[in-house]
Design a protein around this ligand. Sequence first.
Ligand SMILES: [Fe+2]
Ligand SMILES: [Fe+2]
Length: 307
Amino acid sequence: MIKIFPQFEEDLLIRLFHKGVKAQWTVSDVEWEQPLMMQDDQARALAHMLTPVYLGEQSAMIGASVVLPQMAMAGETTSQIYLSSFLMDEARHFEVLTQLYRRLEEDPLNIRQMPAMLRYHNRLRKGDRIDWVWGILISDVFAKNFYQIFSRSQPEALFGSLSGRILQDESRHQAFAEHYLKRAVPTLEPERLKDLVKMKDDLLGTMDNMYEHLLDDAKRLNIDGRKFLDDLRAEIEHKADRIGLSDNRHDDGENSMKRVFQGIGDGVKTATQDLSSKFQALKASNCDTCFVALLCRTRLVTTARCV
Ligand SMILES: [Fe+2]
Ligand SMILES: [Fe+2]
C-alpha cells in the first residue's frame, strides 16, 4: 500500500490540495462576537435545520479516513494527497459548528427525533470509494445550498459569515468529487452505474423525508423548504448528467461505455474486488444497525439508543 517515491503528475487534485493547504483557518479565526441577527425561536429552528449538515461534516471526516487507504491500495496517489486536506476541512467544519451550537445555546436534533438521518448515513457507508465520493458529492451539494442561503441573506451575521468561509472549502470538495467521478464512471459496468443512480435516488428520497420534519423550522427562517429540495434535486440531477450518471443512460444494452481512463479505472476494479471490507472498519462489534458506529458514540446520537 505504501510506495516509496510514487510517480504522480501535478494534476487538478494536487492543485486543489495546494489551495486547501493555503486556505486553512481555525475556530479561533471566526469572529464569534458577530451578531446572530435572529430571534430565539429562529436560533432553535437553525439548530434543528443544521443538524443533518452537522452530522454530515463529522461523517465526511470519518468516511475520508476510511477511503484514503482504498485509494492508496489502488495507487491513486494524488487522490490520497488531496483527501488529506479534505479531511482537515471537514474536521474544521465539525469543530466550528459544534462551537456555533454553543453560541446558539441550542442542541442539535438527535437520531430519535429524526431517524431518517441514520438511514441517510447508513446509505452513505455502503459500497467502495466510488460510492463514497458520489454520496459525498450529493451531501456537499446539499450543504453548499444550505450554507448559501445564509451567506447570501445575512453576510454580516455570525452564521452567514461562517457559511461564507465553509463554502470556500466546499467548492474544492465538489471540484474533487466531480473530477474523480468523471474519470471513474467511464470504467464501470452498466450494473454498477445503475447502482450509483439508485444510490442518488435513495439519498434524495431520504433527504425529502428528513426535511419534511423540518418544514416548520424552515418557515421560521423564511426558507421555502419545498423549493430548497426541488432546486437541490435539479442541481444533483444536472451533476449526475455531467458525470455520466443520468437515469436514461444506463439501459441494459449499454455495453459501449468507453473505458478510456486507465489510471483510476484499473485501480477501481482492483480495489472493488480486493477491499471487500470497505467501511467495515467503522463497525463496532456491538453495533450492527448503525451507520458509522463511531457516530453512535457521539453526543448527537447517544440520546437515541444504538443497539
Ligand atoms: Fe464540510
Ligand atoms: Fe464537504
